[in-house]
Design a protein around this ligand. Structure first.
Ligand code: UDP
Length: 341
């Protein structure tokens, strides 16, 4: 059984590649290594095709044998950058996958697992978020993901493509054995920055807003361990192989964790002190994002098992406190080390 994983050298992609390789899949990764890391693919039997998913030569190699399913991660995921450079996001996240989809159609490959996001909901009217809520993204990143969901629905109507849209909440943590983890450049996510502040690698962590309508005034999020996300992809493949129809599924825990709570938990778990500075709200941050994960359990038989916030923080800290400091080796002297889902 052969699976193509686009963006398989990225953060969530690499954890999923590992899960699929362990399960005995013939895994072919397509990754241009702009944000991905060659070193994040640790299973020697996994094939890495370095290039773009809209490059016909790369697709020729990927489809040189029959492909059962495509798991699609490759995308840019910096929300702020998507606002200033929307065309970059629509080109990479929306246009490039169209070439891949056309090839899937030509090859009669009709199963697709898509890394979507809770950012497609925008500022939801209800909490927790169920999949049937209106989707009104508030930035080009979320728009580009929602638009691809629409394209995939149209492909189902036209030629029978079946997709699972996995709408991730806040991906976090690192592999339990510390072998792979999160390495973004630039890093904008809360947990790596809290760890860096705790380890004295940066002066402090800036808390974006303390006047939100939440219990302690700081933003509330739903953090989901990257290995739980990986297992959901495996279950989504099984769902499609069993004849499942196109469906959207939230991947979260439904457990609220505020920025303050997260920092306090980190201090408790590690014994480190994290210097904090309260600053203004970051534009575009919803006060609270929480998944209702019931559908994932019903439809995929999936639920989070590693996503207790202490466990997430311990695993992330393990990764960042290694001698490499949570950095993969560069792919080449010219390339920086960064990655996104
Ligand atoms: N956050 C913060 N300081 C930072 C980075 C993030 O206070 O330096 C807050 C941010 O406002 C949000 C939460 O931490 O409420 C998680 O942010 P992150 O960027 O990790 O993920 P997002 O929820 O934006 O996808």
């Amino acid at each position: 059984m052969r699976v193509i994983v686009t963006g398989g050298a990225g953060y969530i992609g690499s954890h999923t590649v590992r899960e699929l390789a362990r399960a005995g899949w013939d895994v072919v990764v397509i990754d241009n290594l702009v944000y991905g890391h060659r070193a994040a693919i640790i299973d020697p039997e996994v094939t890495l095709l370095e290039g773009s998913l809209d490059d016909q030569k790369i697709l020729d190699q990927a489809f040189s044998k029959p492909v059962d399913v495509v798991v699609h991660f490759a995308a840019y995921a910096y929300v702020g950058e998507s606002v200033t450079e929307p065309l970059k996001y629509y080109q990479n996240n929306l246009a490039a996958p169209l070439t891949l989809l056309a090839r899937m159609k030509a090859e009669n490959c009709t199963r697709f697992v898509f890394s979507s996001t809770c950012a497609t909901y925008g500022i939801p009217e209800e909490m927790p978020i169920v999949e049937t809520l209106a989707q009104n993204p508030i930035n080009p990143y979320g728009q580009s993901k929602l638009m691809l969901e629409k394209v995939l629905q149209d492909c189902e109507t036209a030629w029978g493509l079946k997709s699972v849209f996995l709408r991730y909440f806040n991906a976090a943590g690192s592999s339990s054995d510390g072998k792979i983890g999160e390495d973004h450049n630039p890093e904008t996510h809360l947990i790596p920055l809290v760890i860096a502040a705790g380890m004295g690698k940066r002066k402090d962590i800036k808390i974006f807003g303390s006047d939100y309508p939440t219990p302690d005034g700081t933003c509330v999020r739903d953090y989901i361990h990257v290995e739980d996300l990986a297992s959901a992809h495996s279950k989504a493949i099984t769902y499609l192989s069993d004849g499942g129809d196109t469906i959207a599924v939230n991947l979260g825990t439904g457990i609220p964790v505020s920025v303050n709570e997260l920092i306090q938990t980190f201090e408790k778990v590690t014994g480190l002190k994290v210097p904090v500075q309260y600053t203004d709200r970051r534009p575009g941050d919803p006060p609270e994002l929480l998944a209702d994960p019931s559908r994932a359990k019903e439809v995929l038989g999936w639920q989070a098992v590693n996503s207790d916030i202490s466990n997430i923080l311990e695993s992330a800290y393990r990764w960042f406190s290694q001698p490499h400091g949570g950095k993969y080796e560069s792919n080449s002297p010219q390339k920086t080390t960064d990655v996104e889902k």
